[in-house]
Design a binder for this molecule. Structure first.
Ligand code: MN
Ligand code: MN
Length: 467
């Protein structure tokens, strides 16, 4: 049924921004692609809940696609695929382009760490015949959200002899899970008077791990001993080995479709495995890019990017320098001509909490991948602010490749804001802009994204990296 469009309607289409829901703009075929793509995304979410697991997943997937470990001074030609791992917590992949690296490379950078509860160095204790782990939360969380949800435990323990044991408990259907307890409402009248940031205090995020005593009349702390006996039998570790361990408690639930219409995905850690997965799958399919395609999956974004596996460290700069050396040039020459999509999620407008957003400049679910020219709090504090020229280039690229996209700021000007790794890459003299998926309930144990936006992020990275 075709109806002639009015002159005003045609003029509006020509002159005004199209803010239509992406599900009304995309064809049935594209919507089917979104759904199919997210089936694999859900498997990734369940398989790689921590930065170490995401690196392992990435290396296995990359090797299957012909990526080989990068070596200093190796001979490289167009189409070659290399990767390098930084301390098991960050990884860089590159597909060599047809143009010389002096003309710059295309970088997509996402982070693979997510908010969680880390075990303290002396985590294990017994109190009134129950055993617990002390934790120190990692990243910005609303602490009360992390009580009474099933938790799994992931990480490594380095033993006194230097050997390393991997631990992953709570993901298999038959595994036990763990939990932070909370007070019953009947007795919580004093607790409910606390300010909400103190509703659950950091030192109250203690994980319940056992209650069965070791059967002996002589000793004290029998429940603790019983736990250590189980851990020693299974992993060969002693209590002292916790001193050199990295154990992370994360929500134990699996990624699932949300809604009767299955249009969304609920999971732990969309931030930022949603941008990591979409950038990764784009580079894995990148065969002969014009410019060299580089994807970085980094650690420590949630704590400010410091440390040798975060993007404030020199590891990206060193990799680019090493890559440049393979072609007889200098890293800084490559960086100055390079472009980067800083792949990071943005806050999606939540109709239940509309007041924190400015509706004309916020991202919405199902309106596509979100391009954020600048981040920062209040007076753009901490931003790198992409140039109009680079924004213009990205805009043209997305439109040319039929990517459904939108812009969005993280909240009202004075509401708070947030940073990404964009500034640290821009500081290397690289044109950088934030591109990512809008998320509901960001940093909660269970976050939500829309399938259309996930797929559009993938299409955006694929278009950029194959150029
Ligand atoms: Mn993020
Ligand atoms: Mn985050």
């Amino acid at each position: 049924m075709s109806k002639e469009k009015s002159e005003a309607k045609l003029l509006q289409e020509k002159l005004c921004v199209n803010k239509k829901n992406g599900l009304l703009r995309a064809s049935d075929e594209v919507i089917n692609d979104c759904n199919a793509y997210c089936e694999d995304y859900k498997s990734f979410l369940d398989a790689a809940k921590t930065e170490r697991e995401a690196v392992e997943y990435t290396v296995a997937a990359a090797e299957k696609k012909g990526f080989v470990p990068f070596k200093q001074g190796m001979e490289l030609k167009s189409g070659d695929k290399v990767y390098t791992v930084n301390r098991e917590k960050a990884v860089i992949l590159a597909v060599i382009g047809e143009k010389p690296v002096e003309e710059g490379v295309h970088i997509a950078a996402a982070h693979i760490d997510s908010p969680r509860l880390d075990l303290k160095q002396n985590p294990l204790y017994e109190d009134n015949d129950t055993a617990f782990f002390k934790t120190h939360y990692y990243g910005g969380i609303k602490k009360y959200q992390w009580t009474t949800v099933p938790l799994s435990l992931h990480g490594v323990v380095v033993k006194a002899d230097g050997s390393k044991v991997k631990i992953c408990v709570g993901e298999d259907e038959n595994d036990p899970v763990f939990c932070v307890t909370d007070l019953l409402p009947h007795l919580a009248s004093d607790q409910m008077k606390r300010s909400s940031s103190e509703l659950i205090k950091g030192e109250e995020l203690n994980i319940l791990i056992g209650s069965r005593p070791y059967r002996d009349d002589e000793i004290s702390d029998k429940v603790k001993l019983n736990i250590m006996a189980i851990l020693n039998e299974k992993y060969g570790i002693t209590e002292e080995d916790f001193l050199s361990a990295e154990l992370e408690a994360v929500p134990a639930f699996k990624a699932k479709d949300i809604g009767f219409d299955r249009s969304m995905v609920g999971s732990y850690g969309h931030d930022d495995r949603v941008c990591a997965y979409t950038a990764l799958s784009a580079v894995l399919e990148c065969e002969k890019p014009a410019k060299t395609a580089v994807v970085i999956l980094t650690d420590k974004e949630e704590t400010g990017s410091d440390g040798n596996t975060g993007l404030r460290s020199a590891y990206l700069k060193y990799f680019i320098a090493d890559l440049a050396e393979c072609f007889g040039t200098e890293g800084r020459k490559v960086l100055s001509k390079s472009e980067c999509l800083s792949a990071d999620v943005n806050a999606a407008f939540d109709p239940t909490f509309p007041d924190v957003c400015e509706r004309r400049n916020t991202a919405y679910i199902n309106k596509g991948v979100c391009v954020t020219k600048y981040t920062g709090a209040r007076g753009k504090s901490g931003t790198s602010d992409a140039s109009a020229e680079f924004m213009g280039r990205v805009r043209a690229l997305l439109d040319k490749n039929e990517v459904i996209w939108q812009t969005g700021e993280l909240g009202k000007v004075d509401a708070g804001g947030g940073g990404t790794v964009a500034a640290y890459i821009a500081n290397l003299d690289v044109d950088t802009i934030d591109v990512g998926v809008p998320v509901l309930s960001m940093h909660a144990p269970y976050e939500i994204v829309a399938k259309l936006d996930v797929y559009m992020a993938y299409k955006a990275f694929a278009a950029f990296l194959s150029e």
